[in-house]
Design a protein around this ligand. Structure first.
Ligand SMILES: *Cc1c(COP(=O)(O)O)cnc(C)c1O
Length: 232
């Protein structure tokens, strides 16, 4: 794991904030409507601290073991909101359910049930997003649009969980505009299944396509590389 020095991380983070601000402005949305989630997977705890010192408070991780270790090392920073954004195996639900604010990539009822069970005793319910496979790619997680209503209804019935919205990872395209139809599709699915009242969070957009995602209604963008540098 290579660490960036604090000054270059601060510069990167402010450049990303400027991109978010500009996109929000262009889209005519309120700045408070979009949250920047810093994806710190594979990066050392010292990088998280450097971003924290610049005021960043929400961080996303992908790998359960790595997350648990990093969370423990940083537990003294009590106001970090951790998000788990990766694919979560059911047998790892136990290790994250008490430590994170939100789980982004729920795509099956068994995982949701396990998260609900393991979230027992939290002060606040565990917020969960349902991942939608907007590109229909066999290699990716997420439910197909036709399976979405059933999983949303199932999660509504599970104790200790709060259904918070939808998440997607669109197919890779070289041009960020290529992601636009997929982001739009996620917003349309949100609108078709209860709108922002039921599904307030739309987690979409990463380093390459965060502007397009914000223009299409993202309320949370997940940015790794632009903040922390390339991953090994
Ligand atoms: C790694 C990752 C990101 C961050 O991607 P970048 O292109 O580095 O910004 C966002 N979301 C998920 C689910 C990821 O796994």
């Amino acid at each position: 794991m290579t660490a960036l020095d604090g000054a270059s991380l601060a510069a990167r983070l402010s450049a990303v904030r400027a991109r978010v601000d500009a996109a929000v402005l262009r889209a005519g949305r309120a700045r408070s409507a979009v949250e920047l989630l810093a994806i710190s997977k594979t990066k050392p705890a010292s990088d998280v601290i450097a971003a924290y010192e610049q005021g960043q408070r929400s961080f996303g991780e992908n790998y359960a073991q790595e997350f648990v270790e990093k969370q423990r090392a940083l537990a003294h920073l009590g106001d970090i909101a951790w998000h788990f954004v990766g694919r979560l195996q059911t047998n790892k639900a136990k290790s994250v359910a008490k430590l994170v604010t939100m789980v982004h990539a729920v795509d099956d009822e068994k995982l949701a049930l396990e998260l609900g069970k393991r979230a027992e005793g939290r002060d606040l319910p565990l917020a969960v997003l349902v991942e939608v496979n907007v590109g229909g790619e066999a290699s990716k997680g997420g439910v197909g649009p036709e399976e979405l209503p059933r999983l949303l209804d199932a999660i509504d019935r599970i104790g200790n969980l709060r259904l918070a919205g939808l998440m997607s990872i669109p197919p890779h395209t070289d041009d960020p505009e290529g992601a636009r139809p997929f982001h739009r599709r996620l917003r349309e699915l949100r609108d078709a299944h209860g709108g922002a009242a039921r599904l307030p969070t739309l987690s979409m957009g990463m380093t390459d396509d965060l502007e397009v995602a914000i223009e299409e209604g993202a309320t949370l963008v997940r940015v790794g590389t632009a903040i922390f540098g390339a991953r090994a």
